[in-house]
Design a binder for this molecule. Structure first.
Ligand code: FAD
Length: 367
């Protein structure tokens, strides 16, 4: 079957990879718009402590984390072992004791059902500091060994490379859609049709633009995130744990003496690709409150990404009613690096006419 995937962030890259694995004839088109969320995302994969308790959303979030090891092993078998994923453990903490206790209750309930989490335990401030040296020593912390981080700038291209090695075609281009009777057709940047039996739109925050000509109202909007990267010269940060203070902000580290602190959540700013004073101030303040040991770190860069934010929290995944062969995947919001690979596998199954592993009814574009 010929399937065209429009948008190659984490979701489209995964969809293309899984379609190619199943032997389909895949074309992926990606424009890499400025602010592509996958290029800015922090990369925390640790769903079990989240305060959000919306059951359907959480099911998808937890399934996303569960799938990671299988995904990484499958990519390694295909020669793609450089994906930036590591189980470094997560420290769950909170300034307010009630918030901390509630996090402990959620961890107890959820990690019991998720063996990949490795359970959790309360650790001493000294142990917490050994796992994330800049941490505020006043904090109590739970430790979740299965908490992980991923560098999506490595993972998404690795999935695309694996897809191409399996026969997929990648086009760096802007795609458009047109209605052709009861079906949609895809046009490339020169206006030429890309022949497709099925079309999967995984266009992130830009999806409303491409769906507009089909007279489809699409509710996903861009939510700007400003995220700061710090250098800690000489520090081996490669195994530092993720720090989740049960608030809007969080910290994590990567291999190259780098600590990342995220992020603003700015609705109503459209595609305004700018670093703002207020955004810097917000994230810097959080960084120093939770991790005073960052005081002497070098501010390397601020990345900006537009999260594809749905009206509630649930992603939108599945066939579009009334348009034959059109499938939509979007609205992964602030959790897309966790959910994306699993959700992409489900979109691939739907495109191929197979049942998804998790019912997508609650996520239907029609819902
Ligand atoms: P995108 O990555 O935005 O990709 C969409 C792609 O579609 C783009 O490349 C765009 O150019 C392309 N496109 C659109 N229209 C067209 C067209 N007409 N033709 C061709 N191409 C087109 N998630 C987590 O799980 N953990 C985290 O720690 C985390 N941290 C985050 C921190 C920040 C600051 C941000 C911004 C996000 C974070 N996320 C996190 C969320 C995650 O990054 C996103 O949910 C995810 O990347 C969305 O992926 P996507 O593939 O849907 O969209």
């Amino acid at each position: 079957m010929k399937v065209t995937v429009i948008g190659a962030g984490i979701l489209g890259a995964s969809t293309a990879y899984h379609l190619a694995l199943a032997g389909h004839d895949v074309t992926v088109v990606d424009q890499e718009h400025q602010g592509k969320a996958t290029l800015a995302g922090a990369g925390i994969v640790c769903p079990w402590a989240t305060k959000l308790d919306e059951p359907e959303w959480y099911k998808m979030y937890a399934a996303g984390a569960h799938y990671y090891e299988e995904l990484v092993a499958g990519l390694a078998e295909r020669g793609q072992s450089d994906v930036g994923y590591r189980k470094v453990g997560a420290l769950v903490t909170a300034e307010d004791p009630d918030v901390y206790d509630a996090a402990g209750e959620r961890l107890a309930r959820r990690t019991a059902k998720a063996p990949e989490s490795g359970g959790f335990e309360e650790i001493s401030p000294e142990q917490a500091q050994a796992r994330f040296p800049p941490i505020n020593p006043a904090f109590r912390a739970f430790y979740v060994p299965g908490g992980a981080r991923v560098n999506a700038r490595q993972l998404a291209p690795a999935m695309l490379r694996a897809a191409v090695a399996l026969g997929a075609t990648f086009l760096s281009d802007l795609a458009t859609l047109e209605l052709d009777g009861a079906c949609a057709k895809v046009l490339d940047g020169r206006g030429e049709e890309i022949p497709s039996d099925k079309i999967v739109v995984t266009a992130g925050a830009w999806a409303a633009q491409i769906l507009g000509p089909l007279a489809l109202h699409h509710p996903v909007k861009p939510q700007r995130g400003q995220i700061l990267h710090f250098g800690m010269k000489g520090a081996d940060t490669s195994r530092w744990s993720v720090l989740l203070p049960m608030a809007s902000h969080y910290l994590l580290a990567f291999d190259d003496s780098r600590v990342v602190v995220g992020a603003t959540r700015e609705d109503g700013k459209g595609f305004d690709y700018r670093v703002t004073c207020e955004g810097q101030h917000e994230v810097l303040s959080a960084a120093l409150r939770y991790a005073p040991g960052l005081a002497d770190a070098t501010l390397l860069e601020t990345r900006i990404g537009f999260r594809p934010a749905p009206p509630g929290f649930r992603p939108i995944l599945g066939p579009v009613p009334g348009i034959d062969g059109l499938i939509l995947g979007n609205g992964l919001g602030a959790a897309g690096l966790t959910i994306g690979p699993f959700a992409g596998r489900q979109l691939a199954r739907v495109a191929a006419g197979e049942a998804p592993e998790l019912s997508l009814d609650p996520y239907s574009p029609a819902a």
